[in-house]
Design a protein around this ligand. Structure first.
Ligand code: BGC
Length: 717
């Protein structure tokens, strides 16, 4: 490779001086010598430049604050760029950074590769409903292959925000309501993106976002205030971020919200105490888009300079789009409001990640147009996308009408029936409608006879995909009125209706669940989603998806989730007045967490425990036998929930603690065994230490969070 001359000169000459002065300066040593060398020769302006992230003019997810990013790069004012891709384009931008700046430090190119890059997979909420960790990891691996071949090194994913808030448009980007499952998925995605060699030309740096608790905005309104106890935060919201960090993610993005009155972008408790102090995070923290500047609106910073001071001092290393660091860090350092040592730490962290990505060895390694062509939208990627999309779908209702026979006449109606665009969902990366081979209608036409007078109707409804994602909150979570009216009319006319729903949030489907003969929750299923819907409807694929978010009966029930507390007056007697309940609706959601039907049926035996107690570091096993009692092969996700009956603080009525996917032939039985140990019983106790408490527990094993299949045991410390 051609090493940038400026860099060689700048780095090699001062190396000698650095090594002589090492003791005196006591400069921190990096495992990458190039980082130490650069740090020793960088001017204040050059250091500040490394903390600056701007967008190109390709696509933006917010206001573009800079007209001429190339000028900024050339002047050393901008060290990273988002929204620039393709091997050719990034090569040209990289050339400017490497050949036209004094030190030739390569640019880090970032992008929102959220559920695929060119080959688009189901939205993340849909992916999570597969409960298939290897498949989720593979989707991230493919996304990384495609994106890295297009010049990118950094994805703003995984989104680790737990949410029980269906009004919030970004619930679509996460993995649902459960911290345990969310943690496993976050780690799987990091493994998929980063692989085991970050410097390989087919891996991406992961960015854990949005840190922290962005999924709990008041009223479900995007960017809104978040407030919760430290205990609730740690128990239910922080685990997926931590799991992603533990899996090796080397960047984290701060969230737009405030928490306990302090915007996340200046929240040293989150960034320094927890993320770096407790979790040992060694990568860098990036702001969200203009997140630093927004602290002025929050009423936390006086002006942009103040915002830069607060953010840098709290531990946020890189400024996305506020130009706060670029315009103000120099004066802040000169006036002593930010120490140069603080800036140095931030710059080191960023340079170390650039080094880990191999950018100093070969800044152009990600810019190969031939590889880009060969690795993108391959037949193999599309075949996997089709299979994964079908796996993410959840069959919510089936009175026996599904699966349809291939070739039988059906009508295909509804506003989303012939939409290719909506299949892709929001945050579709570089996915394009022209790469979508078929809408649902198009795919069904290839499997069946679409006739207008058919007695069976596939009605494809839902939310247009622009109703999900960022800045897409809704105050009404029902289907658009005219869609429900279509369903009513079809039923009045005596039709059998299979409702296919595409959406990015749990919807209130109360009326539809009464009227429709079958309901398939298809989410936004991605590039191959049309075929995947047809695969499920015609039985080529037996549905196996299970909800990772409870579907409420109406918005008034929200939040409704499976790890609720019991209260002092739990709802047990349907006729009693003074219990924790509504007058007009039951407490249970319409479809609980973990729920989803199959074209076969599964029977669960009672639970057998290896012992009825254990202590200390010991364990016991809980076993059930699951039998496929139907007449076709199917996959069941067997779920384990635990309840701690009495705690030093109150405990949820159940918490997911394990699951296993089993595929069974008709009539086949399988024993599924879970090992229960102290780690599974641990929580943030009254004194905020983390661990188990002695006492009585219940465990539940079944096909969803409402299972009544239970057993009891005790634990001694
Ligand atoms: C979003 C982030 C995204 C960033 C860059 C922001 O508006 O909140 O999730 O990564 O834009 O596109």
């Amino acid at each position: 490779m051609k090493y940038p001359i400026a860099l060689v000169m700048a780095v090699a000459l001062p190396l000698l001086a650095v090594s002589c002065n090492q003791k005196k300066d006591e400069a921190p040593k990096s495992k990458y010598p190039v980082v130490d060398s650069l740090m020793s020769v960088m001017t204040l302006e050059e250091k500040i430049g490394q903390t600056v992230l701007f967008t190109s003019d390709w696509t933006v997810t917010g206001p573009s604050m800079r007209d001429n990013y190339l000028e900024d790069i050339r002047a050393g004012r901008c060290g990273s760029l988002l929204n620039a891709y393709t091997a050719d384009f990034t090569r040209e931008v990289q050339r400017v950074a490497v050949e036209e700046t004094r030190l030739g430090i390569p640019i880090l190119f970032g992008y929102d590769v959220i559920h695929g890059f060119r080959t688009i997979f189901p939205i993340n909420l849909g992916m999570s409903c597969s409960w298939d960790l290897p498949a989720i990891e593979r989707s991230a691996r493919i996304a990384a292959e495609e994106a890295a071949a297009a010049g990118l090194q950094w994805t703003y994913s995984p989104m680790c925000d737990i949410s029980v808030e269906p009004r919030w448009g970004r619930i679509s980007e996460g993995s649902g309501e459960d911290p345990y499952l969310g943690s496993l998925i976050a780690a799987a995605m990091v493994r998929g993106y980063q692989g085991d060699d970050l410097s390989a030309d087919n891996t991406l740096l992961a960015c854990v976002k949005h840190y922290a608790a962005y999924g709990a905005p008041q009223g479900g309104r995007d960017y809104n205030t978040v407030d919760m106890s430290e205990r609730w935060l740690r128990e239910f919201y922080l685990p997926p971020y931590k799991a992603a960090v533990d899996a090796g993610a080397l960047s984290v993005m701060a969230s737009f919200n405030e928490l306990d009155g302090v915007p996340a972008h200046a929240n040293a408790h989150l960034m320094e105490d927890i993320l770096r102090g407790e979790w040992g995070f060694e990568g860098f923290i990036v702001s969200d888009y203009t997140g630093i500047m927004e602290m002025i609106n929050h009423g936390y910073a006086e002006d942009l300079a103040d915002a830069a001071r607060l953010s840098m001092n709290a531990g946020c290393d890189m400024d996305m789009m506020s130009a706060a660091y670029m315009n103000h860090l120099k004066e802040l350092i000169e006036s002593g409001k930010v120490s140069e040592a603080t800036l140095d730490k931030a710059v080191r962290r960023i340079l170390e990640v650039k080094a880990a990505l191999g950018l100093f060895d070969d800044p152009y390694k990600y810019c190969d147009p031939e590889r880009e062509k060969a690795r993108t939208l391959t037949e193999e990627n599309k075949a996997f996308a089709r299979q994964f999309a079908a796996e993410s779908m959840v069959l919510l209702k089936n009175d026996g009408i599904l699966p349809l026979r291939r070739g039988e006449p059906v009508a295909v109606l509804g506003p989303l029936a012939d939409s290719k665009d909506d299949l892709l969902g929001s945050w579709r990366g570089a996915g394009e409608v022209k790469s979508v081979p078929a809408s649902v209608l198009g795919a069904i036409k290839s499997s069946s006879l679409v006739t207008s007078g058919a007695s069976k109707v596939i009605l494809v409804v839902g939310e247009p995909c622009s109703w999900s994602g960022e800045a897409a909150s809704r105050s009404d979570i029902r289907l658009p009125k005219e869609q429900t009216e279509m369903l009513r009319q079809l039923k009045r006319n005596g039709k059998k209706v299979i409702l296919v729903v595409m959406n990015g949030r749990p919807l209130d489907l109360s009326e539809e669940s009464e009227l429709a003969d079958a309901i398939l929750e298809a989410w936004y299923p991605g590039t191959m989603g049309g075929y995947a819907v047809a695969d499920v409807i015609f039985g080529k694929v037996n549905p196996s998806g299970k909800l990772t978010t409870s579907f409420p009966r109406n918005l008034g029930q929200v939040p409704v989730y499976h790890y609720m507390k019991n209260t002092g007056r739990p709802y047990v007697h349907p006729e009693a007045k003074y219990e924790s309940r509504y007058l007009d609706v039951v407490n249970e959601p319409l479809y609980p967490f973990g729920y989803g039907l199959s074209y076969t049926t599964f029977d669960y035996s009672g639970i057998t425990l290896s012992a009825d107690n254990f202590s200390g570091d010991g364990s016991l096993t809980a076993t059930v036998t699951v039998t496929n009692t139907g007449d076709r092969e199917g996959t069941e996700t067997v779920q384990l929930y635990i309840r701690d009956l009495v705690g030093s603080v109150t405990r949820p009525v159940r918490q997911l603690k394990g699951f296993e996917r089993v595929t069974l032939a008709p009539g086949e039985s399988r024993e599924v065994l879970f090992t229960i140990d102290a780690a599974m019983l641990s929580f943030w106790r009254a004194d905020m230490s983390y661990g188990p408490e002695a006492g009585a527990f219940k465990l539940f094993i079944g096909g969803n969070a409402a299972t009544q299949n239970e057993a009891s045991f005790t634990y001694e410390n």
